[in-house]
Design a protein around this ligand. Structure first.
Ligand code: ATP
Length: 308
C-alpha cells in the first residue's frame, strides 16, 4: 500500500525527515510512534500527497505522488490532527457536502451518510450543529468524513490527542472495526498505549529517523525486560541524590534508568527487585511494579521519554 525508500523532507536548511524506509502492507494497522517534532506529520503529509517529497522514493497504492497526486488523494481517507469541520453546517450536512465534493451521486451519498452516521454512533446527532458536539463526537465525525469515498487506506494523524480516556476508547473501538473490515490504517501517535492497542506493526521515530521497527510485542521483547520496578524516593531520602540511589540498586536489574522523579529498574521479576531494595534498607516512598511498554523501548533507544 505504501513503500518508501530513503524518504526525506526538508524545510529550507532544516531536515524534518532524514531518509526513512517504510513498507505498509494491505489490511494492517501501521503506526508512526514518536515524540513531538519527530517528523511523523511531515511523513504523513507526503503520504497523503499534499506535501512534495524532498528526496528518496515514495509509492502510494503503487503510484508516484509527484505525478499521480489527484488519483492518490481520491482513494485515500485523511483524518488530520485538527478537526476541519464546517461549524455552520449540521452533522449530516458535513458528510453530505463532502460526499458531493467527491462526485458521489445524490442518492448514493444519502445512504452512505446514513451508514457512516450509524458507524460512528452519531445518528441521533445528525441535525445537531457541529459546535454543540463534544471533542470525541467531533473526532468521530471527522473520521466518518474521511470514509465518505470508501478509501482503501486511511491516514490518521494523532487521532485521539486531546480526548478524555473514555472518548479515546470509543474511538479505538471504531478504528479496530474499520481494520477488521479490511481498511488499511496508518496512524501517527505519541501515545504508546494507543500504538500498543491499535498497531500490528510500527516504527519508532526520533529526530527525523526511524530508531526501531516491529510489532509492539516484538519491540518490547527485543529492547526491554518483562517487568519494571518504578521506585520514587521522598525529598532528600537517605540523604542521597537519585544518581547515588541508582548506583545502590544498579545490580538488581538488567539495567537502571535514573529519571528526575524516579528510578526504573528493569528485570523479569519486579517483585524480587522490590524485596531486595527493602533488604538493603532503602525505603522508597512509592513503589510500582508494571510490565514493560513501548515507552520503555523509546527510553532505551533514545535516553528520553516520549513526552520530554
Ligand atoms: N512547514 C514547516 N516549516 C518549517 N519547519 C517545519 C514545518 N513543518 C514541520 N516543521 C518542523 O519539522 C519537524 C518535524 O515536525 P512534524 O510536525 O513532522 O513532527 P511530528 O512528529 O508530527 O510532531 P507533532 O506531534 O508535534 O506534530 C519539527 O521540528 C517542525 O518544527
Amino acid at each position: 500500500m505504501i513503500s518508501a525508500r530513503g524518504l526525506r523532507k526538508s524545510f529550507g536548511d532544516f531536515e524534518a525527515v532524514k531518509g526513512i524506509d517504510v513498507e505498509v502492507r494491505r489490511g494492517e494497522a501501521f503506526g508512526f510512534l514518536g515524540p513531538n517534532g519527530a517528523g511523523k506529520s511531515s511523513t504523513m503529509r507526503m503520504i497523503a500527497a499534499v506535501s512534495p517529497v524532498s528526496g528518496g522514493e515514495l509509492r502510494i497504492l503503487g503510484m508516484d505522488p509527484e505525478t499521480h497526486g489527484p488519483a492518490i488523494r481520491g482513494r485515500l481517507g485523511v483524518c488530520p490532527q485538527e478537526d476541519q469541520l464546517d461549524n455552520e453546517l449540521n452533522v449530516r450536512d458535513n458528510l453530505y457536502i463532502y460526499g458531493r465534493y467527491f462526485g458521489i451521486p445524490k442518492a448514493e451519498v444519502n445512504s452512505r451518510v446514513n451508514e457512516l452516521l450509524e458507524f460512528v454512533s452519531l445518528t441521533e446527532k445528525a441535525k445537531a450543529k457541529v459546535e454543540d458536539l463534544s471533542g470525541g463526537m467531533k473526532r468521530r465525525l471527522t473520521i466518518a468524513r474521511s470514509l465518505v469515498n470508501r478509501p482503501d487506506l486511511l491516514l490518521l494523524d494523532e487521532p485521539t490527542t486531546g480526548l478524555d480516556p473514555q472518548a479515546r476508547h470509543v474511538l479505538w473501538d471504531k478504528l479496530f472495526r474499520l481494520k477488521q473490515s479490511g481498511v488499511t490504517l496508518v496512524i501517527t501517535t505519541h501515545y504508546m498505549d494507543e500504538a500498543e492497542q491499535l498497531c500490528d506493526r510500527l516504527v519508532v521515530m526520533d529526530k527525523g529517523l526511524i530508531v526501531a521497527e516491529g510489532s509492539p510485542l516484538a519491540l518490547i521483547r527485543e529492547h526491554s525486560t518483562r517487568e519494571v520496578a518504578e521506585l520514587r524516593f521522598g525529598v532528600a531520602a537517605e540523604g542521597d541524590s537519585h544518581e547515588a540511589l541508582g548506583e545502590k540498586v544498579a545490580d538488581l536489574g538488567e539495567r537502571v534508568e535514573v529519571l528526575p522523579d524516579r528510578l526504573l529498574v528493569y528485570s523479569d521479576d519486579g517483585e524480587e527487585v522490590v524485596a531486595k531494595v527493602h533488604e538493603r534498607g532503602l525505603e522508597p516512598s512509592v513503589v510500582l511494579v508494571r510490565r514493560s511498554t513501548l515507552e520503555d523501548v523509546f527510553l532505551r533507544l533514545t535516553g528520553r521519554t516520549l513526552v520530554d
